[in-house]
Write a protein that binds this ligand. Structure first.
Ligand SMILES: O=C(O)CCC(=O)C(=O)O
Length: 309
C-alpha cells in the first residue's frame, strides 16, 4: 500500500470551529511542542544569518529564500520552504494541514511559506491608539462559501508563534468578524479604530497556531516589550491554486518530496477539488501529530532504510 497523508478531520473542536466562525480566526494552543518551536526558531535564526551573509547584490534564484523586509528590528523572510527540512515539515504538519482543509472545505496545497523575526521598533512612539498595517489576501464574494451553515475560505493561513506572546509582545492583530464582510476595507478599519474592542490581538504560549481566513483583516502587532518575536506562517489554498511565492521548486527539493505529499506541494491541475465538510457538532479527530510525521524526504527515507539493514 502506498503511504497516505494522514491528517485529522475535523481538526478543530466544535468550540474552536464556533470561535473561527464568529471571529474569522481561532488560536489553537499546543500545536508545536517546546522542542519543535526551538528547532524551527534556530533554523530561522540560521536562515537570517545566511541571508545577511550573502554578498552584496546577490540575486537569489526563484526557489531560494530572500528578505521581504530586512531592518535591524524586523526581518520578513519569504520563500523559505527549502531553507531547512524542519520548515518543510512545518508546512506538512498534519494538524496544520487538517485545520487549513477544514476552513477551505476541501483538499489543501501550500501556496506560500514565510517567517518574521521582529522586536520593538526603536522609532515607535507608542501612542495610546496605534494604527496597524491592516490587510487581507482574499475577497469575500470570490473566496468564500458556506456549507452545513459553516463559513469556508479558499485561502487560509496558519501562523505559529515560536516565542511566547504576552500583551506587549506584538501578537498579530485582527478585525474580528471582518472575514464575512463584503464592505469597503477603509470603512471596516475606521469602525475598528473607533471601537477598539473590534481589534483582537494574539496572546498565547509558544507553539500556538493562529488559524485565520485570508478574508479577515489582520496585521503585525506592535511590540512594547524587550522580547523578540519569531513566527512561521504557511499559506494554504484550495488544491487548484498555483504556488505564488517565489518560483518553481529546485530539482533537488522536488526529488525529496514523498509521494503522499505531492498534492500539498504541487497542487492538482484538475476540475475537482476534493471537497471535505464537517458539521459544527462533529467531534475533533483527537490523534496526536508531531512535526516530522508527514515530511519524510525521500533521501532521508532511503538513508534510514539503509541504516536498518
Ligand atoms: O506578523 C504578523 O503577525 C502578521 C503576518 C501577516 O500579516 C501575514 O502573514 O499575512
Amino acid at each position: 500500500m502506498p503511504p497516505v497523508f494522514e491528517r485529522p478531520f475535523p481538526a478543530l473542536t466544535p468550540a474552536q470551529r464556533y470561535h473561527f466562525e464568529v471571529f474569522g480566526y481561532v488560536v489553537v494552543p499546543g500545536v508545536l511542542s517546546h522542542d519543535e518551536c526551538e528547532t524551527i526558531k534556530s533554523a530561522l535564526q540560521q536562515l537570517k544569518r545566511d541571508l545577511r551573509a550573502r554578498p552584496k547584490g546577490y540575486q537569489p534564484s526563484p526557489s531560494e529564500p530572500y528578505f521581504l523586509i530586512d531592518k535591524p528590528h524586523h526581518v520578513f523572510m519569504a520563500t523559505i520552504r527549502e531553507a531547512d527540512p524542519v520548515i518543510a515539515a512545518y508546512a506538512a504538519h498534519p494538524r496544520l494541514v487538517g485545520m487549513a482543509e477544514e476552513v477551505i472545505g476541501g483538499e489543501a496545497r501550500m501556496v506560500e511559506l514565510n517567517a518574521h523575526i521582529n522586536s520593538r521598533n526603536p522609532d515607535d512612539k507608542f501612542e495610546a491608539n496605534p494604527k496597524f498595517d491592516l490587510h487581507l489576501g482574499m475577497d469575500v464574494p470570490y473566496g468564500t462559501h458556506t456549507k452545513n451553515g459553516l463559513f469556508h475560505c479558499s485561502f487560509v493561513k496558519t501562523l505559529t508563534n515560536l516565542t511566547e506572546l504576552g500583551p506587549d509582545d506584538g501578537g498579530t492583530v485582527v478585525i474580528a468578524g471582518s472575514h464575512k464582510l463584503d464592505i469597503p476595507h477603509d470603512d471596516m478599519i475606521a469602525c475598528a479604530y473607533a471601537d477598539r474592542s473590534l481589534i483582537h490581538q494574539v496572546i498565547a504560549p509558544a507553539g500556538s497556531t493562529l488559524l485565520f481566513a485570508e478574508t479577515l483583516m489582520h496585521a503585525t502587532g506592535r511590540i512594547k516589550s524587550d522580547r523578540e518575536r519569531a513566527i512561521i506562517v504557511c499559506g494554504y489554498g484550495t488544491r487548484q491554486f498555483p504556488y505564488w511565492d517565489g518560483g518553481d521548486l529546485s530539482p533537488e527539493f522536488k526529488a525529496q518530496i514523498p509521494e503522499h505529499l505531492q498534492t500539498l506541494f504541487y497542487g492538482k491541475a484538475h476540475w475537482t477539488r476534493a471537497p471535505k465538510y464537517r458539521t459544527l457538532v462533529e467531534p475533533v479527530d483527537p490523534r496526536k501529530f508531531t512535526l516530522g510525521d508527514a515530511w519524510q524526504p525521500k533521501k532521508a527515507k532511503a538513508a534510514k532504510a539503509k541504516k536498518k539493514k
